[in-house]
Design a protein around this ligand. Structure first.
Ligand code: DX5
Ligand code: ZN
Length: 231
């Protein structure tokens, strides 16, 4: 089982994004937070900017859409070459149709759940997705505190993925740091978004390595003290 660390460029220096991307080249994917000041009370960037990031990034793009009207906008991010496109369950009435469209274009399809959104209605739909993002803060801003109360939901999704024998990545996003990554790993996450924890470090590559080690040691099913995995 693989542990993935996806730094969020929301915490990067926006006028130097190309060099900021170079500092995180040892990460797995770069997490790109698209916000529309409608679905969330914050505004970042749109398709044109993400297209340029796609052109220059040394690692694939993991696009997190915190926008309304995803049925209209999400396919465009897949078309510009994003490796994964994650939309919020709360932003569409037809998540399966949209996921199928994203996969057809060639992206991995992700569904994100806000802290207050129940996972139950989506568990039967898991084969339709490549990734489930369990938000560990209210979406909209970096630098918030990890919400531990979201962990039972993460475990429920992890159990359902295992029971169905699926290869669906489980992502957490918000407040992931050296102090909290182990908690999320134990609950079943395998893909970890970290903004301030990575870009706030003097040497982001070292922080990425430290987060990766901690996550691997705490991975669900890891043998205590060894960091090795049972499954
Ligand atoms: C929040 C975004 C996150 C954010 C995480 O709505 O989705 O990706 O960048 O930032 P940190 O890691 O600082 O909590
Ligand atoms: Zn995000």
């Amino acid at each position: 089982m693989t542990t993935r660390i996806n730094p969020s460029i929301l915490a990067a220096d926006f006028v130097n994004l190309e060099s900021e991307l170079a500092r995180i080249a040892s990460a797995d994917l770069v997490h790109v937070d698209v916000m529309d000041n409608h679905f969330v009370p914050n505004l970042t960037f749109g398709p044109q900017m993400v297209g340029r990031l796609q052109d220059v990034s040394p690692i694939p793009l993991d696009v997190h859409l915190m926008i309304s009207d995803v049925d209209r906008w999400a396919p465009g991010y897949a078309e510009l070459g994003a490796y994964s496109v994650t939309f919020h369950a709360e932003a569409t009435d037809e998540p399966v149709r949209l996921a199928r469209r994203l996969r057809e274009i060639g992206a991995r399809a992700g569904i994100a759940l806000k802290p207050g959104t129940d996972a139950a209605p989506y568990l039967d739909l898991l084969p339709e997705f490549d990734q489930v993002l369990v938000m560990t803060v209210e979406p909209g801003f970096g630098g918030q505190s990890f919400m531990r109360e979201t962990m039972p939901k993460l475990s429920r999704v992890a159990d359902a993925v295992r029971a169905a024998g699926l290869d669906v990545w489980l992502q957490v996003d918000g407040g992931i740091s050296l102090d909290t990554i182990g908690i999320a790993a134990e609950a079943g996450a395998d893909t970890f978004v970290a903004g301030s924890a990575v870009f706030g470090a003097e040497v982001p590559a070292e922080r990425i390595a430290a987060l990766r080690d901690l996550a691997a040691t705490h991975r669900h099913g890891a043998q205590p003290g060894t960091g090795s995995l049972k499954s």
